[in-house]
Design a protein around this ligand. Structure first.
Ligand code: ATP
Ligand code: MG
Length: 455
């Protein structure tokens, strides 16, 4: 359907031009994107800049998404105004980043990222200090440039599209619209060189082709096999940004399959290795990814910590058993196992520390689902994380890790009346709370403590 739409809109595509020269300017009647499709905040920013005499375009993913009939997640603006000039135009704005210096403009809860047109830095073939001579990786990327240069430094042709809301034109520098129409994701320039400059682009190639349903064109696919290991040299924090998008934007299952096909999964992130290389955990994790994709498709919120909890669960199970075999009681053993798994991940920065609390809460609830007597099930229902813990439990049942009966019991218990619940309760065989021994009053009152220390 999307293809059909694009075909209708762009059937009058102009003859091809050399990449990076003048843009092919597409008028409203061919693309149909109106200012109403742009967020009010992005419009405020482009209008503000235009009134002040600057060029201002919505750029990148948002234009691409609108062209294929998707709702953009966020809007980025590109301009010829320098960061300080942008900063002065908008009251609620701040300059961020040392390397890239972009401006965040805030309206209500929305933030628009405004970047100044930048030129591509010389790469390894040139004698320049902006790239690492051995790897070809870009180390600096902060030289302002023309709009055409800004287009050329972007990763894929479909990401180098600029929408000017006032004239309602799309400026297409690299045949992005034609590629979109042909269902192709194509790297701008020489793919091997662009991957060497920034290996994250390989990950983006996989993620965006899965997300947008585009085929990675043959030339852009070819060098990935040989360059895949260069992802090891990328700071983990950058990988994590892409991985979070990959896992949480509704196309996780497809993206993971694609990563496997491109041989990009080895040693990428410890948590990815867990997904793809531990057979017993794989089923569980793929189920978690499918559930996440379904939730995104239904417009429901997804909790990154929930997914990270799923990625680490089978490691926790393994460590939990080892601590219990070593003589620890079940609950302290679980706590030791959780810390061990989280600490191991942290060494490579794979799981951000801010998620620890929720991850642990979800893991910690799991043994509590097994206790179905006395007041315990009622207390568990009141737990603020009950929902996440219960969903997690159901996945454990579905993946075959535990008996489905436990999940069924909890499903029924939640929906049962007070009377029915009483009947459902099992004999209270959970760990008993230790009773504090009262000190006997009066003389000789330390007899109890003697007993305690003797036991
Ligand atoms: P998504 O919709 O999933 O956010 P996106 O293409 O908008 O995808 P962003 O990370 O938001 O991805 O990046 C915004 C734009 O910045 C891209 O469309 C692209 O033009 C440019 N860009 C991002 N990362 C790179 C990169 N590694 N190399 C070159 N250009 C990039
Ligand atoms: Mg984006």
């Amino acid at each position: 359907m999307i293809r059909k739409f694009l075909h209708r809109v762009f059937k009058k595509a102009l003859p091809s031009r050399a990449e990076g020269h003048d843009p092919h300017i597409i008028p409203l009647k061919q693309h149909g994107i109106r200012p109403e499709h742009i967020s009010p905040c992005a419009l405020k920013v482009t209008e503000g800049l235009r009134h002040a005499g600057f060029k201002a375009f919505v750029v990148g993913g948002a234009v691409r998404d609108l062209l294929i009939g998707r709702e953009p997640k966020d809007f980025d603006v590109a301009t010829d105004a320098e960061p300080e000039q942008v900063r002065q135009l908008f009251r609620r704005s701040r300059i961020i980043g040392r390397r890239f210096r972009i401006v965040h403009v805030m309206c209500g809860s929305e933030t628009i990222e405004v970047s100044t047109f930048r030129a591509m830095q010389a790469s390894s073939d040139d004698d320049d200090h902006s790239t690492d001579q051995e790897s070809g990786r870009i180390l600096r990327d902060n030289v302002f440039g023309s709009q055409a240069e800004d287009a050329m430094r972007r990763d894929f042709t479909v990401n180098a599209l600029y929408y000017e809301p006032h004239k309602m034109e799309i400026w297409d520098y690299c045949h992005g619209v034609a590629d979109l129409k042909a269902g192709l994701l194509r790297v701008i320039g020489d793919p091997a060189r662009r991957y060497r400059e920034d290996p994250v682009r390989m990950l983006r190639a996989v993620r965006l082709s899965a997300k947008l349903g585009l085929n990675l064109d043959a030339a852009s696919r070819k060098p990935i096999h040989t360059l895949a290991e260069r992802l090891q040299g990328v700071p983990p924090a950058r990988i994590l940004v892409e991985m979070e998008k990959l896992l949480l934007s509704g196309h996780a299952v497809q993206s993971i399959e694609q990563l496997r096909k491109e041989n990009l999964h080895h040693g990428l992130l410890p948590l990815l290795d867990v997904i793809l290389e531990h057979p017993q955990g794989e089923r569980f994790v793929m189920l978690a990814l499918r559930r996440t994709d379904e939730r995104v498709a239904q417009g429901k919120p997804v909790l990154p910590a929930y997914l990270f909890a799923a990625l680490g669960w089978h490691e926790v199970l393994g460590a939990w058993k080892i601590f219990q075999d070593g003589g620890e009681r079940p609950l302290p053993a679980l706590n030791l196992a959780m810390d061990q798994v989280l600490d191991a991940q942290r060494e490579t920065l794979a799981v951000p520390r801010r998620y620890d609390v929720i991850i642990k809460e979800i893991w910690n609830l799991q043994p509590r689902f097994a206790q179905r007597g006395g007041q315990r099930p009622y207390r568990l229902l009141e737990n603020p994380r009950f929902r996440a813990g219960f969903d997690f439990l159901l996945m454990r049942c579905e993946s075959g890790e535990i008996d489905a009966e436990l999940g069924d019991w909890w499903t029924e218990f939640q929906n049962a009346s007070d009377e029915e619940r009483k009947v459902m309760l099992l004999p209270d065989d959970g760990p008993k709370k230790r009773r504090r021994r009262r000190k006997p009053k009066g003389p000789g009152g330390d007899a109890g403590s003697t007993q305690d220390s003797a036991s």
